[in-house]
Design a protein around this ligand. Structure first.
Ligand code: TNX
Length: 548
């Protein structure tokens, strides 16, 4: 028995002790103990069994069957039954130490067993099991096998409860099918949140009842005059439900008060017949479509009752369609030349109240920490840190101010998490303002460490100490994928892989783990390229990964 890794209270051995053929799991589990004397082989008689009458374990079981049936050609029935030798058994157990998402995975000669306290834990155990199986398990056509796994015992729980990916379908419209693929691909790395950016300058992408202008006008284009589009509410609900079967929570974002050209234009009318001109506080006179990547020019007027009537309809309907606890209202990039500090703060205070009134927790880009979230009666809210300035200096102040006001923080430092940044010089895809970012930039947040909980230390400004941003304040991490340069699903996959798994590991794996190094990460990821190819998933063959 070889102990590969552990957490506090569990035995820890050196990474060098890992034998050849050790499990290549991403994100690295808390504890992986090889049991070399045991071997499991799935065969034509193998069933996926769940405890009879138990709580909902079948979602994870069906997810496993959907991966294994096409490649093995075995029937792999999902059965409510007691396990027989050769079965894969999923079981909910009373194990508080496993939390909402943890699992325990045992591979022995008798069978595979996954235990969890909650259904999400079973699903994550299944994702780990996929990676233990030979890569050809990901094939969509029948392969010869054998479907053999070396004996192993894995104990695993996530570090953070929020592990997100964001997709911008406003700059370039994407149909639901593309988003569903990203959901599957991200869930395989235990990402549990899809932040969907559905409203920006270039497009408004979800139909709002009683507001046909938002889609008849606001959805018609994408950046650089590419085709526009929008989702019906039924399509949005279908994606939300699809995500739920992958234990992924959807967070909708309609950016406000800036990044609102699509809303403003929807209500501009024309000069002879203006519709609601009072909502427009941008420095542009409508009707002018702006379909370039310029940012920071549009703003809704905080004083206009029509602004709030529109936003109330949007927040009311999207909140009702969204089962998750969060609603993201944007808040980024509003220059004081467009809205003064006071008007911006008034807007944010009022918007946060509107969101809270719909029983959602408000999230905004960290600029919103200028507002009065510390006032009596203010609802809890979340700031998403994205600034790529020096985090030990002023670059971290938006997040420090958020903590000072009692907000929680999501960590998305642009130079370490932005999937839209180009990956190599001259790449036709991606922007460059936060750097040219390869896997190492995603894995190492500072020096050779990648610890969100010590990334923004406290600092003193004019004799006033602003607090550090620590794990007590941090919900988790998210990699945003803005879409100015991305037209297709293949473009999205190229930008997301292999870098999204790095963010996923930072969000899931314990910071002290001996395998939580760039060298270990790229060597564990090296076999995943074949899996992606078998699934028909695009990726960037980064020279930093020793693909095999
Ligand atoms: C900044 S990050 C933006 C987005 C752009 C992105 C491009 C943030 C909150 N705002 O509007 O799409 O840069 O990288």
């Amino acid at each position: 028995t070889v102990v590969l890794a552990g957490q506090a209270g569990m035995p820890v051995a050196q990474a060098a002790a890992a034998p050849a053929g050790a499990p290549q799991i991403v994100p690295v589990p808390v504890s992986t103990v090889a049991v070399p004397e045991e071997t499991f082989t799935a065969g034509p008689e193998t069933r996926i069994v769940v405890a009879p009458g138990g709580a909902d374990t079948t979602t994870a079981a069906q997810a496993l069957a959907a991966v294994m049936r096409p490649s093995t050609g075995y029937p792999l029935p999902v059965a409510e039954a007691a396990p027989r030798p050769g079965d894969i058994a999923l079981r909910l157990t009373d194990a508080p130490d496993l939390g909402d998402e943890g699992y325990r995975l045992d591979v022995t000669s008798t069978g595979v067993r996954i235990d969890a306290a909650r259904p999400a834990g079973l699903f994550y155990g299944v994702q780990t099991l996929r990676q233990l199986l030979p890569p050809w398990i990901e094939s969509r056509t029948v392969q010869p096998g054998p479907w053999t796994i070396s004996g192993v015992r894995i104990d695993d729980v996530p570090r953070y409860g929020y592990r997100g990916v964001m997709l911008d379908i406003a700059r370039h419209f994407q149909p639901p099918a593309v988003v569903k693929r990203l959901i599957d691909q991200a869930a395989a790395y235990k990402v549990n949140t899809l932040h969907l950016h559905v409203g920006d300058d270039q497009g408004f992408r979800i139909a709002i009842d009683g507001r046909p202008e938002l889609t008849e006008i606001g959805a018609q284009f994408s950046i650089n005059n590419d085709p526009g589009g929008f989702w019906t509410q039924a399509e949005y609900v279908d994606v939300v439900n699809y995500a739920a079967t992958r234990f992924m929570t959807v967070i909708p974002e309609v950016d406000t008060p800036g990044h609102t050209n699509a809303i403003i234009m929807s209500y501009a009318g024309d000069e002879a017949d203006p519709v609601l001109p009072d909502v427009n506080c941008s420095n542009r006179t409508p009707p002018v479509w702006n379909l370039t990547g310029a940012v920071g020019y549009s703003a809704l007027c905080p004083e206009s009752p029509n602004t709030w009537a529109i936003l109330s309809d949007i927040v009311t309907q999207l909140s009702a369609l969204t089962p998750g606890p969060y609603y993201h209202f944007g808040g980024d990039e509003v220059p004081a030349s467009v809205l003064s500090h006071e008007r911006f703060v008034d807007f944010v205070d009022r918007k946060a109240d509107l969101v809270a009134a719909h029983d959602k927790i408000a999230i905004g880009w960290a600029e919103i920490s200028q507002a009065n979230f510390d006032r009596p009666g203010a609802a809890p809210a979340v700031a998403q840190f994205w600034n790529n300035g020096n985090p030990t200096g002023a670059g971290g102040d938006t997040a420090r101010r958020a903590v000072q006001k009692g907000m929680k923080v999501i960590m998305s430092p642009a130079n370490h998490t932005y999937l839209d940044m180009r990956q190599f010089p001259g790449s036709p895809l991606g922007l460059g303002w936060a750097g040219t970012l390869d896997v190492s930039h995603f894995y190492h947040w500072s020096g050779t460490t990648s610890d969100p909980g010590s990334y923004i230390p406290g600092r003193t400004v004019n004799g006033v100490t602003l607090p550090a941003v620590t794990d007590a304040d941090i919900l988790g991490v998210e990699s945003p994928l803005w879409s100015e340069t991305l037209r297709t699903g293949a473009d999205i996959e190229f930008q997301a892989f292999p870098r999204l798994p790095a963010t996923a590991e930072i969000g899931w794996s314990p910071k002290t783990h001996p395998e939580r190094t760039l060298d270990s990460f790229v060597s564990r990821l090296a076999g995943h390229g074949l899996r992606w190819q078998l699934q028909g998933q695009n990726f960037h063959p980064s020279p930093q990964v020793p693909w095999r």
